[in-house]
Design a binder for this molecule. Structure first.
Ligand code: CA
Ligand code: CA
Length: 351
């Protein structure tokens, strides 16, 4: 093939339009895993449009994912509650390692959140078929994987799912497996000290920023969204069709709410009535919660700015055949198209 044709094909490839901001939603492979399933998708924070997978199907690891976030090291961290592990992938979708696993005490792991460079992990050990109330905790791990003092220690009885930062620097955490439900969704300091109970919920899954300044949305498995502030509930909204399947939600920038079903797909809902306005994807999946990711694709030095050092890092990685320089298909092949895509992203602003 003539080079001009190769370049023309590359320029038409969707990879060049890779957004700097997107939503991450993992889609599980089921248990036992379905071959070809189990991936992490990217969705538009504007209107929920599915943009493609950032991590392609990895059905033996992504079986029952709960949360995917991007860490300060530009790696994707994924929790899986069947494998009792936190896996890492690079931004090109390559598996990097098992960052944490059963040997680190992980059991039925759910939400993840970075706090001052450490990874917080909502850990919900199981005895038989029930959550072990004595040992649920929000664990804390240093960047090298060493365990630190837990944010919420075992014995608290707080079985967290999502761990959401408040506007003022606190953390908002629910209690998923309270016996009996409901239990408070509460605000804690960044040191793990309880500040206040905000509202009561049964099986709270996602907590995310609301549309109105100073508000949050708290989603429940029942499909109910509670609109709340740092201190009080302002009201509720039921997302139609997500009853007994409410997993993730996000306040889309077009004014609607993205609703993620535990088992049936990703949908768009009215923020006024909760009515379903559109369908993004369908299919049985064991979906996770939603996180907003901001990626400066060409910032290979990871310092938030683009300069000559990023170009140098690319050249070094390209020459060494390292995955971080593998910007375009075919994966594992380092050619002119990888250079073109890098340059295209270098020309974009960092978010
Ligand atoms: Ca840089
Ligand atoms: Ca390539």
């Amino acid at each position: 093939m003539n080079r001009a044709i190769v370049v023309a094909v590359a320029c038409a490839a969707p990879a060049l339009a890779q957004p700097s901001e997107f939503l991450l939603i993992p889609w599980g492979a089921g248990n036992p895993p379905t071959p070809g399933s189990g991936s992490i998708g990217m969705y538009s924070p504007q209107d929920g449009t599915y943009l493609g997978d950032i991590v392609p199907p990895d059905p033996t690891r992504i079986i029952f994912p709960n949360c995917a976030i991007i860490g300060p090291d530009r790696l994707i961290y994924l929790s899986d509650s069947v494998n009792d592990a936190v896996y890492r992938y690079d931004l090109h979708g390559n598996f990097v390692d098992e960052f944490l696993g059963p040997d680190d005490g992980l059991d039925n792991v759910r939400g993840l959140h970075f706090l001052d460079g450490d990874l917080l992990v909502a850990n919900n050990p199981i005895i038989g078929t029930m959550v072990d109330e004595e040992n649920v905790a929000v664990l804390r791990f240093a960047p090298d994987g060493a365990e630190k003092t837990p944010l919420i220690p075992p014995g608290s009885g707080i079985s967290a799912w999502d761990i959401h930062p408040s506007y003022g620097g606190d953390l908002i955490i629910g209690d998923v497996e309270a016996l009996p439900p409901p239990a408070p969704v509460a605000r804690y300091t960044a040191g793990g000290t309880h500040v206040t109970d905000i509202y009561s919920a049964s099986f709270p899954t996602q907590i995310t920023d609301g549309h109105e300044p100073g508000t949050y949305y708290g989603f429940q498995f029942s499909g109910l969204v509670t609109i709340f502030t740092d201190n009080v509930s302002l009201g509720t909204l039921s997302l139609t069709g997500l009853q007994n399947a409410g997993q993730g939600c996000f306040a889309l920038r077009d004014g609607n709410i993205l609703g993620v079903s535990f088992n049936a797909g990703v949908f768009v809902h009215s923020a006024d009535t909760g009515a379903r306005l559109g369908t993004i994807r369908t299919g049985f999946g064991l979906y996770g919660t939603v996180s907003l990711a901001q990626v400066c694709w060409a910032d290979l030095t990871n310092d938030g700015t683009l300069d000559f050092l990023d170009v140098l890092a690319f050249v070094v990685a390209f020459a060494a055949g390292e995955p971080e320089a593998d910007y375009a298909a075919p994966a594992g092949v380092f050619d002119f198209i990888d250079v073109l895509v890098f340059l295209d992203r270098f020309a974009q602003e960092c978010p």
